[in-house]
Design a protein around this ligand. Structure first.
Ligand code: HEM
Ligand code: HEM
Length: 577
């Protein structure tokens, strides 16, 4: 017994399991604290009400007088008379800004609730709600997989074995989290940029049900050992994946009809990207599942095509489209260059569709085909740079907003990861580097740097931009700040540790050292990955809480403080009696 307690794997697992328990205990403490303070506030409020009901008329008019004083405002033309006021440097307008960068920013309240039909709002929120659920569940599985690297004997159940849970994690975060959130946002963006309504809400709900059923059934099947036995990210059996594809096909139909009935002449660039991504994903899924390319080298080429078209032409293309809508909306300024966005659109289609075989450098696939993939991977520098520059130039002039916006840091981080993560991909495709990194954990670091750093951070930016505007409920700045920092530090710890470890492992293999030495070498790096992963996972719980606060406001007890609040109570009491 004592021996097993000394096992580092067991100790680490216990620590990792303790983290959420401690977190839950803190939550309980916060709840109890709130309950006590609410009860005290209730008592205080009762006392205030009683006191106010006994106020003399003189005291009430003194309050009215004070209220007037407090609400007094200059007309704005005292100094200029009838001339127009000019304040190009914002010396007066921005006099109230706070000038030190805060870690947990308090955010300016959104001015206006966006006016869209309630039933459209509901559909968008349903999509987003389901995606948050899958993010939580999918990354709980990811967290457990990370723990298994440091404690491989954590369980001995076939349903929870590494080989079965890994695809549960990847497919759940791909199709459940990222895809569902993206389609949800598109149900908001497509009608807005066409100044029209969603063509058919019922189709939207059917699409949501089909996508959810695919992820649910797919995960159960994978855990039970029923899979496609094909390559990565297409492990769901074909009947399950066809549910997902039909869901997407229905949404494409809905979107195209919505665009058809648009009231604007132009088709805004977001719609170019979003609709193309949806068309691509159906093509990609069909190619990946058609039976006649599933043997020998053909299967390998199909796998490469599927994997990178999946991440590039589905996740990346779709999110870029959403970025071109939400970033300008958040900043309240136009996209820097429409032409750059179109250049990025066409060059991405040209190069991304050719890079599939860079996953299999030095394989038996024809050498010329690998070379084309490497050249196209370098070509990707064009759309990635065009996109990143366009986003950064759109943000320029708004850097001061980083101080008081909790949303902008999410955008900035996602754009930085867009550039660095993609450039890392280009570098990985070279023969010399691929020789070192392929088969190591470097690929896992790259997957998370991109799917997490780019896609997930972008989706969070959109969520914090859109949901408060839809519901007019803001999440608490402190929990958004916590979400941001835990996720950012977590992903950096996760990826940097894996990149260092895998480079050392690759060099060790090139020195022809025994395989097991590489495993031993990776142990501390896997531990760091588990720690980074735990931070990311906790940040998702906080995000789920923020999501809840954005759709359901907290009904707290407020003690009146200002004269106008006190007078409001007095007037209600007078009206009642
Ligand atoms: C310029 C753009 C990019 C290039 C050239 C590129 C290149 C690569 C290469 C060469 C690999 C294979 C590494 C190996 O197996 O040795 C890879 C893997 C991967 N990339 Fe990228 N990448 C790019 C952008 C992205 C983006 C934007 C995403 C996600 C949105 C992404 C997600 C992935 C994933 C998930 C894998 C792992 C696939 C697997 O399971 O084997 N990449 N990338
Ligand atoms: C708490 C957060 C997360 C943790 C702890 C986590 C952990 C893991 C682990 C342990 C693996 C297996 C790696 C291996 O086989 O060596 C994995 C694979 C993967 N995860 Fe995550 N993950 C998280 C979040 C996400 C998210 C949000 C996404 C995408 C949106 C994602 C996408 C992937 C992909 C694409 C792979 C396959 C990697 C490859 O083959 O290169 N993960 N993850």
């Amino acid at each position: 017994m004592n021996d097993s307690l000394n096992e580092p794997g067991l100790q680490i697992t216990v620590i990792l399991l303790l983290l959420p328990i401690i977190f839950a205990l803190i939550l309980i403490l916060v709840k109890v604290n709130r309950m006590i303070s609410e009860t005290l506030k209730k008592k205080e409020l009762k006392r205030i009400y009683e006191h106010l009901s006994r106020l003399e008329p003189g005291e009430i008019s003194a309050l009215e007088e004070r209220k007037k004083e407090l609400e007094f405002q200059l007309s704005g033309s005292e100094l200029s008379g009838n001339r127009t006021v000019k304040d190009p440097r914002g010396l007066i307008d921005k006099a109230n800004e706070i000038h030190e960068i805060r870690f947990l920013q308090s955010k300016r309240k959104e001015d206006d609730k966006i006016k869209i039909p309630d039933d459209e709002k509901k559909l968008v929120l349903w999509f987003l709600g389901c995606s948050v659920f899958w993010l939580l569940l999918g990354t709980t599985v990811g967290e457990y997989l990370g723990i298994k690297f440091v404690a491989p004997d954590a369980d001995h159940l076939s349903w929870l074995s590494f080989g079965r849970l890994r695809p549960v994690h990847t497919n759940m975060v791909f199709w459940g989290w990222a895809s569902m959130a993206m389609v949800g946002f598109s149900y908001y963006v497509i009608p807005r940029v066409g100044n029209t309504k969603i063509f058919n809400l019922k189709i939207g709900y059917i699409s949501l049900i089909l996508m959810n059923s695919a992820v649910f059934l797919g995960s159960i099947c994978l855990m039970a050992g029923v899979n496609n036995s094909g390559g990565e990210y297409r492990e769901y059996i074909w009947p399950v994946m066809s549910l997902f594809a039909s869901g997407i096909a229905l949404s494409i139909y809905n979107h195209i009809r919505t665009i058809e009935f648009r009231k604007t002449k132009e088709i805004y660039v977001s719609n170019w990207y979003v609709v193309s991504a949806m068309m691509y994903v159906v093509v990609i899924l069909i190619v990946a599942y058609l039976p006649f390319w599933q043997d020998g080298l053909g299967e390998t080429i199909t796998q490469g095509y599927f994997m990178h078209q999946g991440v590039g032409m589905w996740f990346m293309f779709f999110n870029l489209g959403l970025m071109y809508y939400f970033l300008p909306q958040e900043l309240n300024s136009p996209v820097y260059s429409y032409s750059l966005s179109i250049l990025a659109f066409w060059t991405q289609i040209l190069f991304y569709t050719l890079i599939g075989t860079h996953h299999f450098i030095f394989s038996a696939i024809p050498w010329w085909m690998q070379t084309i993939a490497i050249v196209a991977s370098v070509g990707m520098v064009i759309p990635v740079t065009a996109g990143s520059v366009n986003f950064m130039m759109t943000i320029r002039g708004s850097w001061h907003r980083l101080k008081f916006s909790y949303v902008l840091p999410f955008y900035v981080v996602s754009v930085i990861f867009y550039f660095t993560g993609s450039m890392q991909g280009t570098v990985e495709a070279f023969r010399t580097t691929n020789l070192l990194w392929h088969f190591t954990d470097f690929t896992v670091a790259h997957s998370h740097l991109t799917m997490y750093g780019i896609i997930t951070f972008m989706l969070w930016s959109f969520a914090y931009t859109l949901i408060p505007r839809l519901t007019s409920y803001e999440p608490p700045s402190i929990t958004v700040g916590l979400h941001f920092w835990m996720a950012l530090i977590g992903i950096l710890v996760y990826t940097i540790s894996l990149m260092i470890g895998s480079t050392e492992k690759g060099m060790l293999w090139m020195d022809k050292k025994p395989f097991i030495e590489g495993v031993v070498l990776m142990m501390p790096f896997w531990l760091w990955r588990a720690i980074g992963g735990t931070m990311m996972w906790i940040s998702h719980i906080i995000f789920a809480y923020n999501f809840y606060r954005m759709i359901c406001p907290r009904k707290g007890i407020r003690i009146p403080e200002s004269p106008s609040e006190i007078l409001e109570i007095i007037h209600t009491q007078q009206n009642k009696s």
